[in-house]
Design a protein around this ligand. Structure first.
Ligand code: ADP
Length: 573
């Protein structure tokens, strides 16, 4: 039941009981008072009759006269108990009346001067109130019907009841108004508390009530203020945490106790290729045994030391931890680049060792023979020449490696100036012309007038061209043509390239020729004095200028390798 109704019903019950009690008590008291006052009145009247009762008076006449005057029954009884006068009986009827000596009021009057009795009258048949007073010649008695008393009492009771009902009605109206007044602020507080609990932190109670309810409203107001402030602080903290987690390079997956993914940062999405919005079921994560095992263990409360797994071709280091209160968090660290670098380093060391081992073995072999065997001078000279040639090869490898590491480590920075393409091409061709002529190779230079200059480091341009022309000559059999050309790049800058009509490169090798030590035909390359590092150096030099390299080739028809040197970045002054 509602508070207002409870208050109303409670006060209605209380008021009704009170009014009923007042009506009952005042009715009974009224009846008693009324009877006492009637008894006193009857006594006074009886004394008046006694005063008028002399020995000479005709008792019956006195009774009749007094009865008529007082409007009561007046009875005069002699000392033997005979009724000698009665205002309501005359003659024969009077004579027939019983002896009254035994009536309680008469006995009491004789003994104490006055006697009272209330009982049914044998002579009148109804209930009567008698008051008897001792007189010198007997007892004078006045009586009245109690019906009269009852009528007065009934009228009084009706009045009391009526006023009771009126006050009850007024009390009902007042208590209804009171109940509403008391309950309204409480109902309002309840609504505000409910709204706060449901998250509407803008709601505040109207501080109109007084007393304790007003204080309660005040307390709710302050509580809501504090709650809102704390929530704001919490939200700020949460936003900061989310931003930190999002900015991490590591993938972070948070799972709650119901096996739902509740947080997955951008790195995590990228590593696991997941686009679903959180929360989503754990089953949507990749079906990788290591990841699943780590999650299951962490959800069971067991922390997992970093383990490695491969998901979608990426090497991931994975750490899982249980969360307080259930759930788990998994951190994913992408090791792909590290693992690739490690593999490259291993390959590089193996390649370098291999490259140096062959000339070293040759040098060692010849040197030993020279030391131990007694050889003719011509053969000694031949062996010495072989040692020199292999030492020269090792020197070239070491030189190329040093160049590469210098460029790669960032220790070398290009110093770009405007370079004349034709001069650079002529210069390089002049250096190799002899070697080319020996093999019947013709050289050509095709400079596009739109691309007559390059913005590049002149030493780097020379090294690039030397390596490219060198390759073109080496991989072009007799009577071929090697062309150094330029053409303007569509986005600005100049392409500098070398085209040959040589053996060409098969499509499957083409993407890899710029890698260190990559050779299409290792034996042929070594025989021709190649180190397998030339194109790698070219690529690094060009990339250090902000450019890139390209190669196209058809087996048996020839190869074109070009380098893009970007236009200088003009900074507005
Ligand atoms: P190398 O010292 O062996 O020439 P490079 O790095 O210069 O090493 O070239 C890598 C490989 O690419 C060579 O071994 C060769 O197989 C191939 N190559 C480079 N230039 C040409 C070309 N102009 N024609 C055919 N093959 C070439």
């Amino acid at each position: 039941m509602r508070l207002a109704s409870r208050l109303f019903v409670g006060s209605v019950v209380l008021i009704t009981v009170l009014v009923a009690l007042v009506v009952a008590l005042s009715g009974a008291r009224l009846r008693r008072e009324l009877e006492a006052s009637e008894v006193a009145q009857l006594g006074r009247e009886a004394r008046l009759v006694v005063a008028a009762w002399t020995p000479t008076t005709n008792a019956d006449s006195l009774a009749d006269a007094a009865g008529a005057a007082l409007g009561r029954r007046v009875t005069l009884i002699d000392s033997t108990g005979h009724v000698i006068g009665d205002s309501e009986f005359d003659g024969l009827a009077l004579a027939r009346l019983q002896n009254h000596a035994g009536r309680p009021e008469v006995i009491a009057a004789r003994e104490h001067g006055i006697g009272t009795s209330r009982r049914a009258s044998p002579s009148r048949g109804d209930e009567e109130l008698y008051v008897a007073v001792r007189a010198p010649h007997g007892v004078a008695r006045i009586s009245m019907s109690t019906a009269q008393l009852a009528a007065i009492a009934a009228r009084a009771r009706t009045d009391v009841l009526l006023s009771g009902l009126i006050s009850l009605g007024a009390a009902l109206l007042l208590s209804a108004a009171f109940a509403r007044r008391v309950s309204r602020p409480i109902v309002e507080l309840r609504d505000v508390a409910r709204a706060l609990a449901e998250g509407d932190l803008a709601r505040r109670p109207a501080l109109s009530a007084v007393g304790e309810v007003g204080e309660l409203g005040d307390a709710v107001h302050r509580m809501a203020d504090q709650l809102a402030a704390r929530l704001r602080a919490l939200q700020g903290e949460e936003a900061r945490l989310a931003a930190v987690i999002e900015s991490l390079n590591e993938g972070v997956i948070a799972v709650d106790a119901r096996r739902q993914v509740v947080r997955l940062n951008e790195s995590g999405r990228r590593l696991l290729h997941i686009t679903d919005a959180v929360p989503f079921s754990l089953d949507r994560l990749p079906r990788d045994a290591v990841l699943r095992h780590a999650l299951t263990a962490a959800l069971a409360g067991e922390p997992i030391a970093p383990v490695e797994t491969v998901i979608d071709g990426r090497a991931l280091s994975l750490t899982a931890r249980p969360l307080d209160g259930g759930g788990a968090v998994v951190a994913l660290f992408d090791l792909t680049a590290t693992r690739r670098l490690e593999a490259m380093r291993r390959d590089f060391v193996a390649n370098v060792s291999h490259e140096l081992k062959t000339p070293l073995t040759v040098i060692g072999g010849f040197a030993e023979t020279l030391v131990t065997d007694d050889l003719p001078p011509a053969q000694r000279a031949q062996f010495a020449e072989a040692i020199r040639a292999n030492a020269e090869r090792m020197r070239r490898i070491v030189d190329d490696l040093l160049d590469l590491s210098r460029i790669e480590s960032g220790g070398w920075r290009p110093n770009p100036v405007v370079v004349d393409a034709r001069l650079a091409a002529d210069d390089v061709i002049a250096a190799v012309r002899r070697a080319g002529r020996d093999r019947g190779v013709t050289f050509e230079v095709q400079i596009d007038p739109q691309a007559a200059t390059l913005y590049a480091d002149p030493t780097a341009v020379r090294q690039v061209l030397t390596n490219l022309v060198d390759n073109a000559v080496r991989y072009t059999p007799v009577a071929g043509t090697v062309t150094v050309f330029t053409r303007p790049a569509p986005g600005g800058g100049t392409w500098l390239g070398v085209r040959d009509t040589g053996i060409g490169i098969a499509a499957e090798h083409l993407p890899r020729i710029f890698e260190r030590f990559y050779r299409v035909d290792p034996a042929r390359s070594r025989e021709a004095g190649g180190t397998g590092l030339g194109l790698s150096i070219v690529r690094h030099l060009v990339e250090a200028h902000g450019g890139r390299v390209e190669a196209e080739s058809t087996v048996g028809r020839g190869t074109t390798v070009s380098a893009l040197f970007p236009a200088p970045i003009v900074t507005p002054s």
